[in-house]
Design a protein around this ligand. Sequence first.
Ligand SMILES: Cc1cc2nc3c(=O)[nH]c(=O)nc-3n(C[C@H](O)[C@H](O)[C@H](O)COP(=O)(O)OP(=O)(O)OC[C@H]3O[C@@H](n4cnc5c(N)ncnc54)[C@H](O)[C@@H]3O)c2cc1C
Length: 68
Amino acid sequence: MKTITIVGGSVAGIRSAEALRRAGFDGHLVLVGDEAHRPYDRPPLSKAFLAGSVDEDAIGLVDEDDEV
Ligand SMILES: Cc1cc2nc3c(=O)[nH]c(=O)nc-3n(C[C@H](O)[C@H](O)[C@H](O)COP(=O)(O)OP(=O)(O)OC[C@H]3O[C@@H](n4cnc5c(N)ncnc54)[C@H](O)[C@@H]3O)c2cc1C
């Protein structure tokens, strides 16, 4: 089975993994990140998250039970 490794677990990495699945890739996908947090969307950090109107869950790019 083929394996594709994506380095960087932010929006580009997550969207790349999703695009590979949409395109029919059914091998192993390994997403290598360098952060303690699950992948999150950065723009709200300086907007809604900073203002306190959304919490961590709302800015996550994946859910715990998401299968990519
Ligand atoms: C506070 C803030 C507000 C922003 N607001 C806006 C906005 O309003 N509009 C807008 O268009 N853009 C905004 N941006 C920019 C936007 O978030 C970025 O353009 C976007 O996050 C880029 O996504 P990316 O996946 O390419 O890179 P990044 O989000 O930078 O992710 C790269 C990931 O790769 C990981 N990484 C790097 N090197 C390695 C390594 N060697 N091994 C493993 N992992 C590695 C990093 O830890 C990181 O998780 C904002 C950014 C910030 C920080």
